[in-house]
Design a protein around this ligand. Structure first.
Ligand SMILES: [Mg+2]
Ligand SMILES: [Zn+2]
Length: 190
């Protein structure tokens, strides 16, 4: 079996779709502009695609696991309309206030470690795209190249002096172009 070394590790809310602050209804899921185009570009580069998302709405009792499955089924459907299939979606259901610290809530590395165990990619040869400090810290922790997008909470995150992404770009489409040029500079990464 050919193992794809390089993946793009994707945050969900504020990166792929509009951040609704505890999205609870699958029908409210709306892709951000340029996400379809950007994901197609990443696929065309031969990269794997995996979503890692903190969903404390479950721990808080705002949604249950079935509802989250419904939301992710709709995400997959919207992406399929754009000719994109994800390799996986990994979610942390815990609420840090109620459940205490867990090993899967970003910036902890548990979700990425689960994805690596299932999908066999090398996080150090991979990219992380997100809008929050937890995404950037999480990506840095596993040795990925980190990209902060100025969608969702991105413009607020950019102002912080304790967050250190490798690059900051306006949106997902720009992130995909950046990855294309990084790979052109360093094809051995893959
Ligand atoms: Mg986010
Ligand atoms: Zn967790």
């Amino acid at each position: 079996m050919h193992i794809q070394r390089s993946f793009v590790i994707l945050d969900r809310d504020g990166t792929l779709n509009v951040d609704r602050h505890y999205l609870a209804d699958a029908n409210d899921l709306e892709l951000l502009p340029g996400v379809g185009l950007g994901l197609r570009r990443l696929r065309a580069l031969g990269l794997g695609l995996v979503v890692v998302t903190n969903q404390s709405a479950i721990g808080k009792g705002i949604i249950d696991h079935d509802k989250l499955d419904e939301i992710h089924a709709r995400l997959r459907m919207l992406l399929l309309d754009e000719d994109i299939e994800l390799d996986g979606i990994y979610a942390c259901p815990h609420d840090p206030d109620k459940d205490g610290p867990c090993y899967c809530r970003k910036p902890a590395p548990g979700l990425i470690e689960d994805a690596v165990n299932d999908l066999g990619f090398d996080p150090k040869a991979s990219f992380m795209i997100g809008d929050s400090s937890s995404d950037i810290e999480c990506g840095r922790g596993v040795g990925a190249f980190t990209i902060l997008v100025r969608t969702g909470y991105g413009t607020e995150t950019e102002k912080r002096d304790d967050v250190f992404p490798d690059k900051v770009v306006d949106d997902f489409e720009a992130a995909s172009r950046l990855i294309e040029s990084e790979l052109a500079l360093d094809p051995d990464r893959m």
